[in-house]
Write a protein that binds this ligand. Structure first.
Ligand code: ATP
Ligand code: MG
Ligand code: FE
Length: 358
């Protein structure tokens, strides 16, 4: 089936076209530049930008794919989680298209879509993994608003939350620490780049929720065995920077960035691998904007290889928010025979990850 996917949950207006598991087009327009001077996304500005960008983005995607709206079999749209006003723009546009064309509409979960994008043929490299894509997947979802370990028994029907952050998301920690180090928003890519010139072992920052009290044992799992916490780490980085400043020393920003990054990635990769091993899961998929991080991709590759777990990593442009991921999940729903959404739905800004579609 040919699926049109629409994404507008944050500051990216995305329209993607997917046929089955084949990516045909992925057009993204971002309002990021308009938020830089505020140091974070301003919801009203993002909503307005979606309204400006939607039609040109749609037209570009159709042109890139070389298809007409008539050729589309179904429309998929992000219905949550995300910024309420931003979601409303994409959902309104999708409903209008569905009404005008009579095509079925799927109201889908943005977080599950971050995982679903890994099922596109483009994402499944090396190619030898393609035919071996299992139904029981582990997923490490690390984005601006979420940090979760998921068990995906079926992307269209059964997504279970194994663990999640109890405070900040990993991407949020990157953004906050970047601001502290005087780097531009968004902080994730800036820290990734700076950390390459730093020593990740220069400063030992705390690894949240990894002590026995929280981890427990295999027989008696602790209350936060697969959970994460990054707010203590963020505070530790702030105290560290203040310490240099109080002593009149220059802050070794590259070392701080590398050491902070390593602390985040050490915990998320270790817990994701642990969750796979303890639940008999043999394939781990990375998803979400932080999955674009070069050190995460490297560390995840090392650690999964050491434990015989197959790692699937979507290409960079498919990790951050885009419409192709929405189309990819929509295609899975259509192929698994899931019923389309009733057009009388409203976006859910806090849609839980276990709810795949509305
Ligand atoms: P959610 O998906 O939870 O609703 P979101 O859509 O805002 O949140 P994404 O677009 O998936 O989040 O990811 C954006 C986040 O990814 C930002 O916090 C950004 O700093 C982070 N990020 C992007 N590239 C990198 C990178 N190379 N290294 C680390 N973090 C990165
Ligand atoms: Mg964004
Ligand atoms: Fe996202």
């Amino acid at each position: 089936p040919l699926i049109l996917g629409i994404e507008s949950s944050c500051d990216e207006t995305g329209v993607g076209l997917v046929r089955g598991t084949e990516l045909l087009a992925n057009t993204v327009s971002s309002s990021m530049e308009e938020h830089v001077r505020f140091g974070g996304v301003i919801p009203e500005i993002a909503s307005r930008a979606h309204l400006d960008a939607f039609v040109p983005t749609l037209e570009q995607a159709l042109a890139d794919a070389g298809v007409d709206l008539d050729d589309v079999d179904a429309i998929a749209v992000t219905s949550g989680p995300g910024l309420a006003g931003a979601l409303m723009v994409g959902v309104s546009a999708a409903k209008a298209l569905a009404l005008a064309t009579g095509k079925p509409l799927y109201a889908i979960n943005h977080l599950v879509a971050h995982v679903g994008v890994g099922l596109l043929e483009e994402s499944i490299a090396p190619a030898s993994h393609a035919e071996a894509l299992p139904e029981d997947l582990g997923a490490l979802l690390v984005s601006g608003g979420h940090t979760e370990i998921l068990r995906v028994r079926s992307i269209a029907q059964d997504v279970e939350l194994l663990g999640a952050t109890i405070d900040d998301a990993a991407g949020e920690a990157f953004d906050k620490v970047a601001r502290l180090l005087g780097l531009a928003y968004p902080g994730g890519p800036a820290i990734d780049k700076l950390a390459r010139d730093g020593n990740a072992r220069a400063i030992r920052f705390p690894r949240g929720l990894t002590v026995p009290k929280y981890m427990g044992t295999v027989d008696a799992p602790g209350p936060h065995r697969y959970d994460f916490s990054f707010s203590g780490l963020k505070t530790a980085v702030a105290r560290c920077v203040e310490g240099y400043e109080a002593r009149g020393e220059t802050v070794p920003v590259a070392d701080v960035a590398a050491s902070f990054q390593e602390a985040v990635l050490d915990v998320i990769t270790a817990k994701a691998v642990l969750a796979c091993l303890e639940n008999g899961i043999t394939t781990l998929l990375l998803g979400g904007g932080v999955a674009a991080n070069s050190r995460l991709r490297e560390l995840a590759r090392e650690r999964t290889a050491a434990d015989g777990i197959t790692l699937l990593v979507p290409k960079l442009s498919l990790c951050t928010d885009n419409g192709a991921m929405v189309a990819a999940l929509g295609a899975q729903l259509v192929m698994k025979g899931v019923a389309p959404s009733d057009l009388a739905f409203a976006p859910d800004s806090s849609m839980p990850v276990s709810s795949i579609s509305l």
